[in-house]
Design a binder for this molecule. Structure first.
Ligand SMILES: Cc1ncc(COP(=O)(O)O)c(C=O)c1O
Length: 460
């Protein structure tokens, strides 16, 4: 079966009329355009099975949701158990013990001053909570963030990405939000801003994911933390992607021995099965918000401490530890780094391979040689994300690997499989990437694919 027949077969039995009619037709169009509109029938570990019998390996993990792999049996068993016991899942007038258990375990794993937890149902909601709590605690209104960051798409979170394309058309966002570059060189600028003493919080991803898997120098985070302390601004880490052992330790903050005032977690927290998020913070901050009986529910959300999310969270943390997945992810990351670096050496369009645990990026660059530069520039003019989408499409259609380019940097291919990924699966991924990169550099078929994509885009 050739590739377009295969793509047609994969999509032939899709019934997306309901979704197209009532949810998001543009998303269906985009997936169809990229020939990635596939019906998945089951997902186990890193493997995704489709209706036409194909097996795809998930090297995206739902943007770092599936640290444990899809449908981990321990989390499923815990959820069955919780459903079977008909417990007080959503009583709202009791003390949810499971939330206490999960908070205690999160505090133990995070360590330091992070001894209180506010539960929510998403990363964006965690960021919204940071905005409220940091303002109340510091009695300041300003918010500082880094360019290139991704913090979520609710209005508050979007205010911390106000200079990005995600914010277009949604102004006015929160006043008082300002950005600084994510770089050692910008520490002086960070200090200048902080010295104004108008900022309640500096919100930063310890490793910027969607900006292109940007790993700071060992000094950057510690220096930023020191400056925040000096000027009374809360140092807040968004670990929605980097947390829960994605980069090796439980928190990326642990790479540098940081002592943040608050940490936001979500995505992988409940094994990819129940919406859940958590904001970890110091006692002082918590007590400043919930400061009296009258304020005991001053900030809550209906589903935040619900029994299923809490049970899923507890089972997820246990499985991550029992299977030592942080250590395993780091070891597999080293293998990936060695193999990819060796496989991609010498290709002019590969700028760098970045690997931290199982959060990895392959950065491409504009070619020097004119044979490559002419088509590259031409397609970039049509859409700056086009080059990356051809790579993603080829990995998917020709090699059965699901990946994506970073959301704020279309020149970086992200590879973030479940932490349970095997050496064989990684070796297969490296072979697939090498084959696609070889095609980019040596065959006109890659650029013909780009042309077909451009034509389909006009038609669809
Ligand atoms: C680093 C980071 N922070 C926050 C968010 C927002 O999380 P959610 O989509 O659960 O609202 C995301 C989502 O991708 C993220 O990557």
């Amino acid at each position: 079966m050739n590739q377009s027949t295969l793509a047609a077969a994969r999509t032939s039995n899709l019934d997306d009329a309901g979704y197209s009619g009532h949810v998001n037709p543009q998303w269906v169009r985009l997936l169809s355009l990229l020939e990635m509109n596939v019906r998945y029938t089951s997902c186990v570990g890193a493997e995704l099975f489709t209706a036409d019998g194909a097996r795809i390996l998930d090297f995206l993990s739902g943007y770092c949701v599936h640290n444990l792999g899809h449908n981990h049996p321990a989390v499923i068993a815990a959820l069955h158990d919780e459903l079977d016991r008909s417990g007080p899942a959503m009583l709202q007038s009791h003390v949810p013990e499971l939330a206490g258990d999960l908070a205690a375990e999160l505090s133990r794993l995070a360590g330091g001053r992070l001894q209180k937890v506010y539960f929510c149902s998403s990363g964006s909601e965690g960021i919204e909570t940071v905005i409220k709590f940091s303002r109340l605690f510091t009695k300041r209104t300003g918010l500082l963030y880094c360019t290139g960051a991704f913090h979520g798409l609710t209005c508050g979170a979007l205010s911390l990405m106000a200079d990005s394309s995600w914010a277009q058309g949604f102004a006015p966002l929160l006043p008082g939000a300002e950005s600084v570059p994510f770089a050692d060189l910008a520490l002086a600028e960070l200090e200048r801003k902080l010295a104004s003493k108008k900022f309640a919080a500096f919100v930063v991803e310890p490793i910027q994911s969607e900006a292109g898997i940007c790993v700071p120098s060992d000094d950057y985070m510690r220096a930023a933390q020191r400056l925040c302390k000096k000027y009374g601004t809360l140092f807040v880490l968004d670990e929605v992607q980097t947390g829960l052992y994605r980069t090796g330790p439980f928190l990326a903050a642990h790479h540098w021995g940081l002592d943040p005032d608050m940490v936001v977690l979500a995505k992988a927290l409940s094994g990819g099965l129940v919406p859940s998020g958590a904001l970890l913070m110091s006692d002082e901050i918590y007590e400043s918000v919930y400061s009296s009986l009258g304020r005991s529910i001053i900030h809550t959300s209906t589903y935040s401490e619900n029994g299923l999310a809490m049970r899923a969270g507890l089972a997820t943390l246990k499985a991550l530890q029992d299977e030592e997945l942080g250590r395993r992810g780091e070891a597999m990351g080293q293998f990936l780094r060695r193999s990819l670096t060796e496989a991609l050496a010498g290709y002019e369009m590969v700028a760098e391979v970045r690997v931290v645990g199982m959060l990895n990026g392959i950065e491409f660059r504009r070619p020097e040689s004119w044979q490559l530069r002419v088509p590259f520039d031409a397609f970039r003019k049509i859409h700056e994300g086009m080059f990356g989408q051809i790579i993603v499409g080829k990995l998917f259609r020709d090699h059965n690997f699901l990946t994506q380019m970073c959301g704020n940097n279309f020149m970086v291919l992200k590879a973030a499989p479940p932490l349970t990924v095997s050496e064989d699966q990684i070796a297969g991924f490296v072979r697939a990437v090498k084959s696609v990169v070889e095609e980019v550099h040596s065959s006109s078929s890659f650029w013909m694919d780009a042309l077909h994509l451009a034509r389909r885009a006009v038609k669809i």
